[in-house]
Write a protein that binds this ligand. Structure first.
Ligand SMILES: Nc1ncnc2c1ncn2[C@@H]1O[C@H](COP(=O)(O)OP(=O)(O)OP(=O)(O)O)[C@@H](O)[C@H]1O
Length: 356
């Protein structure tokens, strides 16, 4: 059935370049007005998927629908989507306003309407007073906003953004992040945002699709991706985690019973697909705490520590040689001496059995 609340539906999309398969049957649905992020390491297929939505590439299998309509037969300029590229691709010899109106005039808008719309989107990105400058006379962040204004000008239904902040330095990137987010809210159109930066994804998105090697690993809101990762890849790629080898004795529904290294038993939430047998538990470093040797869930030996200002990273080893990291907040305890035997307590609800 057709679901009109979906701005974009990606349905079992396969993309091959000769013998290379860049997308292996990828599915996801992006809602109207949603800030949706494709996140994954270099080469996982993010840009390929964006290019398939934009129409710069044809899919090898599956379908892409925009507001319920299969867009395969439509050329890029008929798709009601627009793209903001990493390098902005502004015309250096044109004014800011002309850069923004250029695409409108090519689409057949009248000069007067194009100029009015151009000034409107420049107001939206707070660049009204720069309308007559050339791109070379603007900062990187301002050029990025011109590129955004230009892409928004024809009122696309979906805006695609391919690592639009990666050319900016860290401070500026953080400032532009919140601007971009508020512009998205104001326009109410769906943004499909590509990044390999997990912090960018966590801070800006309504939902994130984590991709690896042409597959979707998990789709969900940032908190769910961080707190309830389903696979080792997601647990490891998003933030920092401890992957602990465990023996799963029973899985019933979303709860697993397992045995920790050292023999202690515990019940914990399990990702869909988790099975009895050897398994991996993910526990974030900030959700482990120290206690006396012989107490807690795990027995560990202190190895080393790294002072990080707001907190300290404690590096530990379990009896089987596995390494664990504990994050201790500044002022919340003393750092044990190297070689000290300790207990580690896993905060209630903090452990998650992964599917692989
Ligand atoms: N035109 C092409 N011809 C052949 N292979 C390609 C082509 N474009 C992309 N690929 C391959 O497809 C895979 C996915 O590439 P893609 O650019 O989508 O990854 P990405 O996740 O966007 O990476 P990055 O973050 O580095 O841009 C890679 O293995 C890449 O080498």
């Amino acid at each position: 059935m057709l679901d009109v609340a979906q701005a974009v539906e990606i349905d079992s999309v396969v993309k091959r370049y000769g013998t290379v398969t860049a997308l292996h049957g990828v599915s996801m649905a992006i809602a109207e007005g949603e800030f949706f992020t494709l996140l994954g390491p270099s080469g996982c297929g993010k840009t390929t998927l964006l290019r398939c939505i934009a129409g710069f590439e044809q899919v090898s299998g599956g379908a892409i629908r925009l507001h319920g309509e299969d867009i395969a037969p439509l050329p890029p300029h008929k798709r009601m989507v627009n793209t903001v590229f990493q390098n902005y691709a502004l015309f250096p010899h044109m004014t800011v306003l002309d850069n923004v109106t250029f695409g409108l005039l090519r689409r057949g808008w009248g000069t007067r309407d194009a100029e009015a719309r151009g000034r409107e989107v420049l107001r939206l990105v707070q660049l009204s007073e720069f309308a007559q400058r050339r791109p070379g006379q603007l900062s990187g962040g301002q050029q990025q906003r011109v590129a955004l204004a230009r892409a928004l000008a024809p009122r696309p239904k979906v805006l695609l953004l391919d690592e639009p902040l990666s050319a900016l330095d860290l401070k500026l990137r953080q400032a532009v992040r919140s601007e971009l987010k508020s512009i998205q809210r104001e326009t109410g159109i769906a943004f499909v945002f590509v990044t390999h930066d997990q912090e960018e994804a966590l801070t800006m998105s309504d939902r994130i699709a984590v991709m690896s090697a042409g597959h979707v690993q998990q789709v969900g809101p940032p908190r769910e991706i961080y707190e309830a990762p389903q696979t080792r890849f997601v647990a490891d790629f998003i933030g920092e985690t401890n992957l602990i080898d465990v023996t799963v004795t029973q899985v019933s529904g979303a709860v697993a019973r397992l045995q920790l290294p050292g023999g202690a038993a515990m019940d914990c939430p399990a990702a869909p697909g988790a099975r009895p047998g050897p398994g991996h538990l993910s526990v974030r470093p900030e959700r482990l705490s120290l206690c006396a040797a012989g107490q807690g869930d795990l027995a560990a030996v202190m190895q080393d520590h790294v002072y990080l200002g707001t907190d300290t990273q404690l590096l530990m080893r379990l009896a089987d040689g596995a390494r664990l990291v504990v994050r201790q907040q500044a002022g919340s305890g003393t750092v044990p001496d190297p070689g000290a035997a300790l207990g580690l307590r896993i905060e209630a609800g903090a452990a998650r059995l992964l599917a692989d």
